[in-house]
Design a binder for this molecule. Structure first.
Ligand code: FAD
Length: 394
């Protein structure tokens, strides 16, 4: 059997792979694009295990611009991704994000807020009275983590992540991208150029362009071509709680100074999570009820005392692809391997970055001038040990 040959091979068919394939096909329908995915059910993909939040609250201009673009795309996702008249429904709910700060965090929050507003975001600072007035269940007990106020982002919200993944995929496929079930076990390279990939079946797919969209598995894939990426697959746990007292209306994604976060979920549940230093690195998906009982629930009940009566409904674990250099995206061609493109290292904010990242990577590959300059995320910074500053990471 002769090798199959493509213009571009994308490894990983999660939200990044799908968005990249869609943007490539939209730009040039004649392209031969393959998307290789080892698990088309997406059982372990970060995209489908995420909190699915979109926010403009970042401190780095480019991250804010990425989210602003995402808001536009996601608000219009149904019509834009319709296939034969069928529109995907991603249920984007603009229920807001509320980042809470203590006195030490306030100057940084205000600097971030000023930047967000200068770029046209609607975020605003709320003092404690305003917070309690809007969300009467909040901060009704003892002082919590020295909170002095928060930044309210009314444009922010959450959506159905699985529907976004499937929406990009269906549209890319309808435009001619080929989705292949299989695991890329090796990136083929010679004399500083990529030549394709080898699948677990032993088959070789040939191309001068391979895009690494392998999420938490990105470093593992890159290592097969001798490329070392500072990306740790890091377990994050989410818990769903049925509280006896129900809030009147939805609660926004609320983030405490410690990083503990929660929001309402459809079905009147409360979802919560907390990224901790001791979170396990590796490919483990078990979740820990004790963590919920010992840590999460007491923390939730400290800020919302009315939630002290509740039942744990379920939990799950997913992986952040943590860029250990600076927590930010790594976007573009690897300087030491021609044709090897990276869309990696998104930590906890990749879902919302997928529209802009897919467009940017496609523009780089096709040699077009980028609609949004994201060169700050160039992979060269890894080799030069040049971290980017961003204080708004969760
Ligand atoms: C608990 C949790 C909460 C999160 N909350 C948010 C949030 O609120 N907002 C937000 O924007 N982001 C959030 N994220 C982050 C977000 O989910 C990710 O950044 C984003 O989904 C990354 O998309 P991806 O396509 O790169 O990775 P994935 O969705 O993981 O897709 C990668 C795909 O590659 C496949 N793959 C890997 N290796 C190979 C191989 N060798 N061959 C073939 N296929 C391969 C995998 O099977 C997988 O399907 C969260 C993540 C977690 C875990």
């Amino acid at each position: 059997m002769s090798d199959r040959i493509y213009d571009i091979i994308i490894v990983g068919g999660g939200v990044m792979g799908g968005s990249t394939a869609f943007n490539l096909m939209r730009s040039d329908p004649k392209l031969k694009v393959a998307v290789v995915e080892k698990d088309p059910t997406y059982e372990f993909a970060s995209s489908t295990l995420s909190m699915a939040n979109v926010r403009t609250q970042f401190s780095l201009k480019e991250n804010i611009l990425i989210s602003q673009y995402a808001l536009g795309v996601l608000d219009n996702f149904g019509p834009e991704m319709a296939v034969e008249g069928e529109e995907p429904d991603i249920s984007f709910r603009h229920e807001g994000n509320l980042f809470l700060y203590d006195q030490a965090g306030r100057p940084g929050a205000e600097a971030g807020l000023a930047l967000q507003r200068s770029l046209g975001c609607e975020a605003e600072w709320w003092g404690l009275d305003r917070i309690r007035e809007r969300f009467p269940l909040y901060l009704a007990g003892e002082e919590v983590e020295g909170i002095v106020g928060g930044v309210w982002g009314p444009q922010d919200g959450h959506l159905d992540a699985y529907a976004v993944v499937q929406g990009f995929k269906s549209k890319a496929r309808s435009l001619g991208a080929e989705f292949i079930k299989g695991e890329a076990v090796r990136v083929l390279a010679q004399a500083g150029r990529v030549e394709g990939i080898e699948l677990d079946s032993g088959e070789k797919l040939k191309s001068g362009v391979v895009v690494n969209c392998a999420g938490a598995w990105a470093a593992k894939l890159a290592a097969t071509a001798g490329v070392e990426l500072p990306i740790d697959p890091t377990k994050r746990q989410v818990f769903a709680l049925d509280t006896t007292v129900k809030p009147e209306g939805p609660l926004p994604l609320t983030i405490l100074p410690s990083g503990f976060y929660f929001r309402t979920e459809t079905g009147d549940l409360i979802l919560m999570g907390w990224s901790l230093e001791e979170d396990e690195v590796g490919f483990s998906f078990t979740w820990d009820r004790d963590r919920f009982m010992d840590l999460m629930w007491p923390k939730l009940a400290s800020i919302v005392p009315a939630f002290d009566q509740a039942k744990l409904v379920r939990g799950w674990a997913g992986l952040y692809a943590v860029n250990t250099l600076d927590g930010n995206a790594i976007l573009g061609q690897w300087p030491e391997l021609k044709g090897f493109y990276l869309a990696n290292g998104f930590s906890g904010h990749g879902l919302q970055q997928s529209p802009a990242v897919g467009r940017y990577i496609s523009e780089l590959i096709l040699g077009r001038s980028p609609s949004l300059d994201l060169s700050i995320f160039d992979p060269a910074r890894i080799l030069e040990d040049r971290p980017i500053g961003e204080s708004g990471l969760v």
